[in-house]
Ligand binder design. Sequence first.
Ligand code: FE2
Ligand code: FE2
Length: 474
Amino acid sequence: MPIDYSQKIPNNVQLADDRTLQRALEQWQPNFIQWWDDVGPDESAKLDVYLRTATSVDPQGWAHFDYVKMRDYRWGIFLNPAEADRKIHFGDHLGEAAWQDVPGEHRANLRRIIVTQGDTEPASVEQQRHLGLTAPSLYDLRNLFQVNVEEGRHLWAMVYLLQKYFGRDGREEAGALLERTSGDENNPRILGAFNEKTPDWLAFFMFTYFTDRDGKFQLAALSESAFDPLARTTKFMLTEEAHHMFVGESGVSRVLQRTAQVMNELKTDDADKVRAAGAIDLATLQRYLNFHYSVTIDLFGADQSSNAATFYSSGLKGRFEEGKRADDHVLKGQTYKVLEVQNGQLVEKDVPMLNALNEVLRDDFIKDSVAGVGRWNKVLEKAGVPQRLVVPHKAFNRKIGALAGIRMSPEGRVVGEDEWRAHEGEWLPTAADRAFVASLMGRVVEPGKFAGWIAPPAVGINRQPVDFEYVRFG
Ligand SMILES: [Fe+2]
Ligand SMILES: [Fe+2]
């Protein structure tokens, strides 16, 4: 199904045939633009940005690249094609036909799932809104803006579901998604990590590496849903999410490349000397990693959760790659290991797997994250630098679940309050780290030029050269 761009709201869902929905979305659209103007990318209204826009949902060639002003971006509604006779493939309804509408008994839970996912999308735009002013190159500025417009589109994806399938409640929730604001004391975003600041570009790269990867795993689990419109819309969102994680992974790789280069030139691993040369020392990179990793794994929720069991058994949310798993897809009577602290020691205990599905998804995320950190270490290895980045223990710095509030070293040793206080500044970014990183941030706008703390990418976007004018200042 091609995307119809002649409509006010581009879509591939034959929106013109549903006048009520079309009207509801057209009423929401100006509020969305107002939100973008108010809390979207700072001072970006006049910029012409070389962005990709979806032209079809076909995996080959869905993207069209051109200069656009971001507020004129064609945000719309794009669902993957329906699979004929799709069946529910997990939970208590296994083998029944997938739902084309919301069953009454699952309405409240589905709405909650969609609202929670939808809330993260505008939140990240708000968190990243000041970064354009300190972009290390035009290439990076363009990538930031691409991520921002696509998070805006992800909001559209969730608002479409709310407006089409949840009637009046859905319309109210769609409005509320534009009212909560990241970090707002009175009306914050729903999830903790989405109220944290993304104050500098190192934080942005760590965020897109780790937190957008949480997005990947949540969307992948929802793409298994018995509620077919949710499955189809999240499948298309996943194709956009891949770019966000690329921005994070390649961003940190390029920072490491530059740091290793400075270390080699100066023949030093002394953090102060590396900093004095204008690069980010490895210890600071490790602390940023520890922070973003631990905050992100909290997003998967409590390690034991009866909601997680309900969402799975009723078919609302599957596991990552549910279809590829060789078990009964019902999971009754199966167990899974979770961690808890007993007598000052971390111990594993078996719990019913259905209740541990947040932990299952967290562990899948961890595997995927660790793999990318291994690729970062290849950059150091290639440069002949012996130090390595490591992912902290999953019990480190947790705020949610059975491990919340337990003082733990990054290696996973339970520590007392005194030891924690003595080492916190080695384990998590300090105010001085953040001030140092902030001191490096300054806007570089000449095509092909890069700030001194980051290496240029190997290749440009859409086969354009690295010194292409990715953003034009009008
Ligand atoms: Fe997103
Ligand atoms: Fe994303």
